[in-house]
Write a protein of this length. Structure first.
Length: 327
């Protein structure tokens, strides 16, 4: 039995996990005031689950950050105060069991692959930004130092809009297919068309929220539908690239924006179909994620279980006793 911890910008969720089955899931709001307060908050939720289920074999943690996987140190962290924190070491001291830390999108991809029972999967998480994860032979692909598979920052148009995230690029996927990009495009359109529905949806902050764009599109507003058409086209271009590079069994779309998949997924698949190599695309299924809200916890726990299994496999057997050798 291992614990899976999903640290997000709004909540810290923890569960005991056996295989991909979740037990005793619980959560607390994320404390973002200081690094110390955040770590104390994570510890409190984890200890609550440990009191219910006992000491785990290991703990897996997924965070929305870039991780040097070998050390478990957070390289960069935009939304939560963890930059530079040796998180694996810090949490290991607090809990007294092996701790393994990975990017939250990597954890979600690993969960999706194991829930579906497949070994080769690419996952895009569409939310405020765009994350992603790659699973090859049932294991997470991270690159040389654990920082790879930043799928949201592949360039689609070198002369496109600046990335809204912590990225120096222009025209990357996050610049077109994120919640921030959706709000940017809707706000620009509303400013250009003061009589439009989107103009009437401008908030006190001078922006059109992603939720308002989705609602307008669902109601058939042509301006909102136009925005989603461009969103879907750019997403489809990205999907074709991932199919051509990885040829996964499944290419999964997750994240908060996936709930609006009925507004863009079919069109994105059509665009991918026009661009991907046919022999590769027909062997890849493109679909919405199936993991649900537990995916982050499940993926973090699967990671911990894999690491414990690998360590046990690599540990040499103890030498036989004198009596055993004599026998």
């Amino acid at each position: 039995m291992v614990l899976g911890v999903d640290v997000g910008g709004t909540k810290v969720a923890v569960a005991a996990v056996e295989g991909v089955t979740v037990h005793e899931a619980t959560e607390d709001p994320t404390v973002l005031s200081t690094t110390g307060a955040l770590l104390d908050g994570i510890e409190a939720v984890v200890q609550r689950v440990i009191e219910r289920v006992g000491k785990p074999a290991a703990i897996g943690v997924g965070v929305p950050s870039q991780i040097d996987y070998a050390t478990g140190t957070v390289e960069t962290s935009v939304n939560i105060p963890l930059t530079g924190v040796p998180l694996r070491e810090e949490l290991g001291k607090r809990f007294g069991v092996p701790v393994f830390v990975d990017n939250d999108a990597n954890a979600a991809a690993l969960a999706e692959a194991h829930l579906l029972g497949i070994d080769h999967l690419v996952m895009l998480t569409l939310g405020t930004g765009v994350g992603g994860g790659v699973v090859i032979d049932g294991k997470t692909f991270r690159g040389a130092n654990g920082l790879g598979a930043e799928l949201g920052h592949m360039t689609l148009n070198p002369d496109g809009p600046p990335c809204p995230g912590n990225c120096p690029n222009h025209g990357c996927i996050e610049a077109y297919c994120s919640g921030q990009a959706l709000e940017r495009d809707a706000t620009e359109l509303a400013t250009d068309k003061p009589d439009s529905r989107l103009a009437h949806a401008l908030g006190d902050d001078g922006k059109v929220s992603g939720r308002a764009v989705v609602q307008a599109a669902e109601d058939g507003d042509p301006d909102a539908l136009f925005i989603f058409e461009n969103f879907a086209r750019m997403l489809g271009i990205a999907l074709a690239g991932y199919v051509n590079v990885f040829q996964p069994e499944r290419l999964t779309i997750g994240g908060g924006l996936s709930r609006a998949g009925h507004l863009f997924l079919d069109r994105a698949i059509q665009e991918a179909d026009n661009r991907a190599l046919p022999a590769l695309l027909r062997r890849t299924t493109i679909a919405l994620a199936q993991g649900g809200t537990n995916a982050g916890m499940i993926g973090a726990a699967v990671l911990a279980a894999q690491e414990v299994e690998a360590q046990n496999r690599d540990t040499p057997r103890t030498h036989a006793t004198t009596t055993e050798r004599a026998e």
